[in-house]
Design a protein around this ligand. Structure first.
Ligand SMILES: *Cc1c(COP(=O)(O)O)cnc(C)c1O
Length: 394
């Protein structure tokens, strides 16, 4: 077996490469069609505005929304901040209670913690051992003064898919707004803001083969009309909801990435799932390996495992020349704390550290998956034999 010159990339929950077709669609908007979409007096502005409008329509149609409900942002972090802080500020006279989940991304948890410092109350619901939120537990947590529920569509570490339609119905029945962080889900599973009663939805381009630095927030405009307090003040772009010159090349890239993902969603996800299932098939009978997150209620491209009795750091070091992936310690930038998601599943610190997150993507091949699977098997079994043998690996 030939060792690849660069490790095989299996970290698609962190980011993905830009698809060449996306790059090609973007390029003219850097050079030829470089106008400011807000310039209403000349051709350069009109060209850019027309491209932005086409992108807005494409994105809106894909989630069953309308173009006026799409607000472009710098990514999902900003979209989550705008949704959560924007709703809190606009609705605080109605109530100051927010409900979310312990396994959310930090871009949801940290705005919630910030709001607590301003006097809001936040309930962080726990999840079951397989990572699923109980809708009954959610119902019990709702109060007269609850203004917002924020539950992610798909988890970025364990890939678990939450029951969005049930959660949406539960919120809708009580007149509570429902926000979902769909950064990992969009382009991989069907999302329909009407059928699922979603009032706010965050998305980003760079998890689906689009460029970094662009995303959007869907903001429901009818039944009910959601108002947001803007978090960036300025020229009043995006109907006052988010100021700043629209980044037209990135917006074109975002919509092209979504267009491609949606056009091939069924076949691509099936292909990726076949690779994921093959990886799991090779690893599942290695002694001490367990799957993190629900077996079937999960993204097709995600596998997350923990290994009993193995040192997490040794595992990551042993694999780093073969495969680029994340461990249970490296899911937020520069943090070495054990993953809060795996802790929420009930794992000890050492088991959380001894975890691997595989994120398979469009450009991976079965041959790569086999290389990685064999390398993982070998390294795990080698570490297990040294751990119990006379020469400990400390
Ligand atoms: C990547 C990610 C984010 C952050 O998105 P950016 O566009 O990088 O700001 C937020 N939530 C989830 C679930 C993610 O996976």
């Amino acid at each position: 077996m030939q060792r690849p010159s660069r490790p095989i990339y299996l970290d698609c929950h962190a980011t993905t490469p830009v698809d060449p077709q996306v790059l090609e669609a973007m390029l003219p908007f850097f050079t030829k069609h470089f106008g400011n979409p807000a310039s209403v007096g000349h051709l350069y502005g009109w060209e850019a505005e027309a491209a932005v409008q086409r992108s807005r329509e494409l994105i809106a149609t894909g989630i069953n929304a309308t173009p006026d409900e799409i607000v472009f942002t710098s990514g999902a972090t900003e979209a989550n901040n705008l949704a959560i802080k924007g709703v809190a500020e606009a609705y605080f006279s109605k109530g100051r209670h927010i409900v979310t989940m312990q396994t959310e991304h930090s871009a949801v948890l940290d705005p919630c913690r910030y709001l607590e410092s301003l006097g809001f109350e936040v309930t962080y619901l726990s999840v079951s051992q397989d990572g699923l939120l109980s809708v009954e537990a959610l119902e019990r947590s709702l109060r007269e003064d609850t203004i917002l529920v924020s539950v992610m569509a798909a988890n970025n570490e364990i890939g678990v898919l939450q029951p969005l339609a049930d959660i949406g119905q539960c919120c809708h029945d009580r007149g509570i707004l429902f926000h979902t962080d769909a950064a990992q889900a969009i382009g991989k599973i069907d999302l329909d803001v009407k059928a699922q009663n979603i009032d706010l939805l965050s998305l980003t381009a760079h998890k689906i083969y689009g460029p970094k630095g662009i995303g959007a927030l869907y903001v429901r405009q009818r039944q009910p009309r959601v108002t947001l307090a803007p978090q960036l003040h300025g020229g009043g772009h995006e109907r006052g909801r988010r100021s700043g010159t629209l980044y037209s090349p990135q917006i074109v890239g975002l919509s092209k990435a979504l267009e491609l993902a949606w056009a091939h969603q069924t076949s691509e996800q099936a292909q990726i799932q076949a690779m994921r299932d093959r990886l799991w098939h090779t690893l599942q009978n290695v002694p001490g390996i367990r799957l993190n997150g629900h077996l079937t209620q999960r993204l097709a491209n995600n596998l997350n495992i923990s290994v009993d009795g193995v040192d997490g750091q040794a595992l990551v070091l042993g694999l780093k020349n073969v495969v680029a992936l994340s461990s249970g310690a490296a899911c937020s930038s520069s943090s070495t704390a054990p993953s809060h998601v795996l802790k929420a599943l009930g794992h000890s610190d050492s088991l959380a550290y001894a975890s691997l997150r595989f994120g398979i993507g469009r450009f991976n091949t079965l041959a790569e998956i086999d290389t990685v699977a064999q390398a993982c098997r070998q390294i795990i079994m080698a570490l297990q034999s040294t751990a119990i043998g006379p020469k400990s690996i400390s």
